[in-house]
Design a protein around this ligand. Structure first.
Ligand code: MG
Length: 706
């Protein structure tokens, strides 16, 4: 009775809750209890217990894989009190049980047509199977095993497509541990919070991390180990190779921050006792001190003793290529990438991007040689000065576009006109206020620092500070907004300062013509952001088309192009039929569309979100997976209404959701022409789009291996 209740209660423990949230399993599903006779692995030298896999779940090789302990129960194997023995050794100790185990597990694999993760006990020489289930595996292993099983005739190529979770393809793009180099001793398994691998020496404080890793001369790879991290640890997290925490889930501070940094993290490894004061951690009866080596696998959540080697990412892995060649022909939707600079565009193309879905021009202005002109443009209080500054920006912007066009030769490139509020390019209001107030009390050294800080604003020497800073503050004050997210940005900028849109259009078309003359095939799509009304679209569209004609006339050559809009406000979705009269394409900016539909600020939502998820008010973070019920309705409606006006309307999506599998599937069902995502999500989006289309034609349930 107690045992039965304990099993039912386990449905509500923290680990189970985390697991359900991670895998999108409904809390109401409930769990079941099997009652079976007890067998004993601890009856002496002819008894034992073990766990294993029919193939290697880490790297996918076809080998009998696992471990066991003689004279022990199952929990002794996993608890790590005694060191288990590789499963192949069982052959020497109990050959009969071993052969039977091989025979049974092979039969189970044949039956389920998938890798089996099994548990067994030998009682007095007699083998008992306790449990079998489809084995969890890394992305690398999933691809290899799918290919093996096709080669063995166990599954078809179509079935193989569903054997890999699209998110797992990320494994090919991050470094991983070289498990062949040394013996692998897993100390604990936490949550795979941020994928990749990290090897380094343990430190327990952020300051120590900086001390050991932060200096060029004595740079040492460190792993920051904390019970949990807080914003105060950021400086240490930045220099660490990886982060390990004993508490916290997939949305803990450590998990969220490291994912943003693209840094390996294992979170919530509860078996590890971290004592930050004593600067040690204990696990499995062993004590680790500052400077000891550990290795983290952020893809599986494993914490491994010692210093393993690492392997570079392998996006050109031949087996990955083979697998994608099976999946891609099913895909009907295109996959593009969000890339702002040629380097990212080249990277995206290597991952299979079929165009740029979002090229953000503002990122181009942050370059060292551009920012002074950009600032001069913003600080200008009249059109003439603004045009002078823009003239200086034109050749730089043209060169940027030419670079992206060249990288994407033959593929479409969607360029968004200037979008962020202008104050983002200027110093912070508070900084300026402090500097002005304290200027008289600053010493010479400090004043010199200020000169270099404000050198882009006409400050050439210490003497200029007093004169230059107050008018700068005045302009910053003018641009200050209470809610910049809903402020002077997007097409509102281009409408109030049409010369900005003019300069950008000129740079785009001059670059397009120049590239075409060099034999590069250019397909520019100019995208107007934050449109709410058809007249905004008409206003900006007219400028772009007029400048295009001017450039074509000057250069004596025409280039095909399109002008369209980003749909990122609910109003735009509502009047999409009107907007489509002026826009030749739509691209859903689902980050802003989610913000404006929910009225959530993406930067502040984390104050609310953990509670909302815990209470089940929201099932998922709507900024990670598209809210199909609400925001998705706007996407669907705008697509339908837009195409009613313009049946050939090209429709895509360029928010973060473009690389998230459930959102990609939604886009496919809604009839979008393409999804666009960050370069590192392109593989994931390609597989998700292929699975969505294949599931429909093959009429199969998404039989993904979880
Ligand atoms: Mg936006």
């Amino acid at each position: 009775m107690l045992a039965r209740d304990a099993v039912f209660r386990s449905w509500q423990n923290e680990r189970a809750k985390h697991y359900r949230r991670m895998n999108n399993i409904d809390d109401m599903l409930g769990t079941a209890v099997n009652v079976q006779a007890m067998v004993f692995g601890n009856l002496g030298d002819t008894s034992g217990s073990g766990v294993g896999f029919t193939r290697n779940p880490a790297i996918g090789t076809k080998e009998f894989y696992g471990e066991f302990l003689m004279n022990a129960q199952g929990e002794d194997v996993v608890s790590g009190v005694r060191t288990p023995v590789p499963i192949l050794k069982l052959h020497e100790i109990l050959p009969e049980a071993y052969n039977q185990l091989r025979e049974i597990t092979t039969r189970l694999e044949q039956h389920y047509k998938d890798v089996q993760d099994f548990e067994f006990t030998v009682q007095d020489g007699k083998l008992y199977m306790l449990q079998t289930r489809n084995g969890k595996r890394t992305g690398l292993a999933a691809v290899r095993i799918a290919i093996q099983m096709v080669d063995e005739g166990l599954i078809t190529k179509e079935e193989a497509i569903f054997r890999v979770d699209p998110n797992q393809l990320y494994d090919f793009l991050v470094p991983r541990l070289d498990e062949k180099s040394t013996k692998v001793e897993v100390l604990a398994t936490g949550l795979p919070a941020s994928p990749g691998a990290a090897v380094g020496q343990i430190v327990f404080t952020a300051d120590e991390a900086v001390k050991m890793a932060g200096h060029d001369t004595t740079k040492k790879p460190v792993i920051l180990v904390r019970a949990e991290t807080t914003p105060e640890d950021i400086h240490g997290m930045e220099v660490a190779k990886g982060i390990l925490t004993s508490r916290g889930g997939m949305t803990s501070h450590a998990a969220v921050v490291t994912r943003g940094m693209g840094k390996c993290c294992v979170a919530g490894a509860g078996d590890i006792d971290v004592n930050e004061k004593a600067r040690e951690m204990r696990v499995k009866g062993q004590t680790f001190k500052e400077g000891d080596w550990i290795s983290l696998d952020g893809t599986t959540g494993r914490v491994i003793k010692g210093k393993l080697g690492t392997l570079d990412p392998s996006p050109d892995d031949p087996e990955l290529q083979k697998f994608m060649n099976w999946a891609d022909p099913h895909r009907k939707m295109k996959v593009r990438a969000n890339a702002d600079i040629p380097r990212d565009a080249i990277q995206a193309r290597a991952f299979g991007a079929e165009g740029i879905g979002l090229c953000r021009t503002e990122h181009m202005f942050f370059g060292e040689e551009k920012i002074p002109h950009m600032r001069a443009m913003i600080l200008a209080d009249n059109e003439k000065d603004r045009r002078t500054a823009l003239k200086k920006l034109l050749p730089m912007q043209r060169a940027d576009f030419a670079g992206v066009f060249k990288a994407m030769d033959g593929l479409p490139v969607t360029i968004r006109t200037l979008d962020p509020p202008l104050h983002e390019f200027l110093p912070r209001r508070e900084d300026l206020m402090v500097d002005i107030a304290l200027l008289p009390s600053y010493d010479a050294k400090h004043k010199k620092e200020l000169v270099s800080k404000y050198k882009d604003y006409g400050v050439k020497g210490v003497g200029d500070l007093k004169k230059a800073l107050p008018p700068l503050l005045a302009r910053v004050e003018q641009l200050h907004e209470f809610n910049p997210m809903l402020g002077h940005r997007g097409c509102r900028l281009g409408i109030t300062y049409p010369e900005i849109t003019e300069m950008q259009a000129r740079a785009i078309f001059e670059a397009a013509v120049d590239c075409t003359k060099k034999g590069i095939k250019v397909l520019p799509e100019v995208m107007i952001p934050l449109v709410a009304t058809v007249k905004e679209m008409a206003n900006q569209g007219a400028i772009v088309r007029r400048v295009a004609e001017e450039v074509f006339k000057e250069k004596g050559m025409k280039v095909e192009y399109m002008v369209g809009t980003m749909i990122e406000l609910p109003r735009a979705a509502l009047v999409a039929d009107e907007i489509a009269k002026e826009a030749e394409f739509f691209s859903f900016g689902t980050n802003d569309l989610t913000q404006t539909t929910f009225g959530f600020s993406r930067d502040d939502v984390n104050k609310v979100l953990p509670k909302y998820l815990a209470e089940g008010i929201l099932k998922q973070d709507p900024f990670a997976a598209l809210d199909q019920e609400g925001v998705g309705q706007l996407v669907k409606m705008a697509t339908e209404r837009g195409r009613k006006t313009r049946p050939t309307l090209k429709v895509g999506i360029c928010g973060e959701h473009g690389g998230e599998p459930s959102s990609v599937e939604f886009c496919y069902r809604t009839g979008l022409n393409y999804v666009s995502c960050s370069p590192f999500r392109v593989l994931t989006a390609r597989l998700a789009a292929a699975q969505a289309a294949a599931a429909e034609t093959l009429k199969v349930e998404g039989g993904r291996t979880k």
